[in-house]
Design a protein around this ligand. Sequence first.
Ligand code: SF4
Ligand code: SF4
Length: 191
Amino acid sequence: MSSQKRVTRREFVKDFAVVTGGAAVGVGLSKEALAEVQVIKEIPKCGVVVHDPNLCRGTKICEVACSAYHDGACSSYLSRIHVEANDLDLVFSGLVCSQCDSPSCYFACPKKDQALCIDKETGARYINQDECGGCGKCAEACPLPEAPIWFKTVNGKEVAFKCDLCRGRMGGPMCVELCPRKALRFEERRD
Ligand code: SF4
Ligand code: SF4
């Protein structure tokens, strides 16, 4: 049996866009694929919250900060970042959206630019809960081993939620600001 990984059309387009920087000329791609390459090229990059397991002590203040800022409640369940301990409680790993340069969740969303959107100013990939239908295609498409996208019920409707980099907040990401160990940092990722 061949060990070669099957490459989907989307993966091919994504890799192709990275390799060529979007200069897709004369290689026989379909019109649709060429359009997708162009879209990837035009999506603004943005910053990302990075978790440092060497500094984290698992206080979960980030989870409280995030849920308080977005939902007015101190609740790990509502947080858009999660910190989990390993079996011995010695090392903590953080799970938060990677704000991918080529965001699979954005392309997978049936309501792209309405439910899964890209902030024109900051580039943050965010979910507009008013439009989200809770179908879960964004979480399915996420390339991370565990998708940092969660679901909750709002006004009787299932909606997805994920890190939006505290979009619009003066002072930037709340979790970064309040982490007492400086185990979270905001990294710019601009062209
Ligand atoms: S759950 Fe919401 S944001 Fe995610 S793909 Fe479905 S409609 Fe889009
Ligand atoms: S940047 Fe904002 S939305 Fe993202 S995890 Fe931190 S507090 Fe939550």
